[in-house]
Design a protein around this ligand. Sequence first.
Ligand code: PMP
Length: 422
Amino acid sequence: MGSLWHPFSDMGAVETAGEFVLARGEGVRVWDTAGERYLDATAGLWFTNVGHGRSELAEAAAEQMRTLAAYSTFGDYATEPTLRLADRLEAIAPVPGSKVFFTSGGSDSIDTAAKMARRYWVEQGRPEKTVLVSRSKAYHGMHYAGTALAGIPGNREGYGELVPDGTAQVGWDSAEDLRSTIEQIGADRVAAFFCEPVIGAGGVYAPPEGYLTEVRKICTEHDILFVADEVVTGFGRIGGAWFASSRFGLEPDLVTTAKGLTSGYAPMGAVLVAPRVWETFFRPGAGVWFRHGYTYSGHATAAAVALANLDLIEREGLVQEAARLEQTLARVLAPLAGHERVTEVRSGVGAVAALQLETPAAAMQFAVRVRDFGVATRACGAGAIQVSPAFVMTDEEAQELADRFREALDAPVQAEPATEPG
Ligand code: PMP
């Protein structure tokens, strides 16, 4: 074995079973080092939204690297692609007039939003508003705040109390639970509610009818910041709009993003900050600093890649393609609901879906076994198989994916699970 410690893995099992090493990608296909070809059912970790092998993104990166690869954006420093990207994001943000705080990825965006929310209330003269509320099944990255907000069993355990007296969790599908929890804690102590518009890593769960509108309303009524975690759902994944928040008519105070911003061609995230929040920090003469940021916040090469990625999405109408895939995935996966090993098929909101198997172990085993049938996917949530392809997946390729899932479901069960859901 080599020296790599894989994230979210049982390394004892990986050392025994070996690694799955990918070498190349094109569109919705990837190839391993032995030359075997796979349909990429998940677009990596929900991020290769424009598909693999897009040379114009490589060219955008190369050109920027040759010109000025990166510079800090601390203080008053900036680079041109960083400024252009911020303006571009403002133009598509769910709330007009938003400001953009760049990060290196989704976990950074979450911890930035958590700190920004708390600082906002301090600046408002209400420092006792500190509690961050999240939902069961939630995945908000793996930094300290995100881990404390985790709603997937296991993801929060083993680290002690990460944000003392600072978090509370509510049922993922109950607006009433949010209301009663806020009233129990006291709205004057709650800073923000973190909400994935469609739950991703927790197993792909669409919100119940009316849920998002209701929780948004509850936050407004109780003067609590509403944070839409759009790390998965942003940049067209939910179909028909750049952001799920726009599709559902929410006006989040903060929107956390990453993944689809660059389609994963460079690591980058961003927090979109509505005027209500940023105005508190932008007061001339008040001397307010947000003493937070990352070396690679607004990284010039990542920004150039993001701009090229957004151009490509626009030019190829990929936000509309994601809406087509919503229909296609629902249609091709529905017949699998009848399979004896499948307890539920979840689909219908955006280019995301899941096959629910009987147990987490069954899903982990299946995620490995299905590679023998030419599909790369993963287990997520508690026993779900993730489907979140690139928006360029054709209807024929989606049907092929469903056919291969069926063949693998029909095959005898074997092989040890090597990865954990995350
Ligand atoms: N929020 C959500 C909703 C996510 O799905 C993820 C990653 N899967 C994150 C935050 C964390 O992003 P990253 O892994 O880029 O830190």
